[in-house]
Design a protein around this ligand. Structure first.
Ligand code: DGL
Length: 271
């Protein structure tokens, strides 16, 4: 059986890239819901319905385990999936999100400083990160900043230049205005933002760590598989990968190269 990776579109490829680099032996199916992306400012109901349809499709492709490599879908759909749909419909499969391991990485920071994250409106409004951090590191101050313009800019290929620097500068100033001078770390809690890492690193003072989710989620999956031999033992090991998209393959193949560093040949699926 395979490992499924699901995202609202291309962004999850930034996380998949790190997962495959750490665990190249397994077989992967990536599904991007490009026809309905972005999820970032959609309602809870829409995100839950879209996510469930995509995850069901991945289970039908023989996935034992699905990683929701999308913050917005992890924030809004994971809990209901795990509590309701999974036990009723797929008791022998697993679905994991990326909020919990990312919150664990933030929870390691000392309580006398604050931590910040940048994400979509949907992730920020869901309150998922503060909820997890309250359990993991009560008292740790979190500044959440929604950066709604960054996903469309990345999807338009604007990874550098005056336009992107303008918006990054604005979001950073607003973050500092809220958090003061004691920010210890900035988590890029949206799948698209790692593509802007060089520009964000140039902007944010060097003493502030910038956390990228691929670096967090990949080791966390290694750890999960070591603790769950019933899942790991069911996984096949041919090193294969398939890329599925709900929209046109040409667009997917072109943009995915920016996320993966190599071209792919995707397949269109009807969900
Ligand atoms: N994948 C989404 C996330 O990480 C960003 C793109 C979208 O809004 O669909 O939140």
């Amino acid at each position: 059986m395979r490992i499924g990776i699901f995202d609202s579109g291309f962004g999850g490829l930034s996380i998949y890239r790190s997962i495959r680099a750490r665990l190249p032996q397994y077989d992967y199916v990536y599904l991007g819901d490009n026809a309905r992306t972005p999820y970032g400012n959609r309602s809870f109901d829409a995100i839950y319905r879209f996510s469930k349809e995509c995850i069901d499709h991945l289970f039908a492709q023989d996935c034992k385990l699905v990683i929701i490599a999308c913050n917005t879908a992890s924030a809004k759909a994971l809990r209901t999936l795990q509590q309701k749909a999974m036990p009723a419909e797929h008791p022998d499969r697993k679905v994991l999100g990326i909020i919990r391991p990312s919150a664990e990485a933030l929870a390691d920071y000392p309580r006398d400083r604050s931590v910040a994250l940048w994400a979509t409106e949907g992730t920020v409004k869901s309150g998922s990160f503060p909820m997890e951090l309250e359990k993991l590191a009560p008292g740790l101050r979190l500044i959440q900043k929604a950066c709604p313009l960054l996903v469309p800019l990345v999807e338009a290929g604007e990874l550098s230049g005056a336009g992107i620097d303008h918006y990054l500068g604005k979001y950073w100033r607003e973050t500092v205005a809220e958090g003061g001078q004691d920010i210890g770390a900035l988590l890029l809690a949206c799948t698209h933002y790692p593509l802007l890492y060089p520009r964000i690193r140039a902007l944010v003072p060097p003493e502030i760590d910038i956390l990228v989710q691929g670096d967090i989620v990949a080791p966390s999956l290694v750890d999960y598989l070591a603790r769950h031999p019933e899942v790991e033992g069911a996984l096949s090991r041919n090193g294969s990968q398939r890329f599925l998209t709900t929209d046109q393959t040409e667009g997917f193949d072109r943009l995915s190269e920016a996320f993966l560093g190599h071209p792919v040949a995707s397949e269109k699926v009807e969900i």
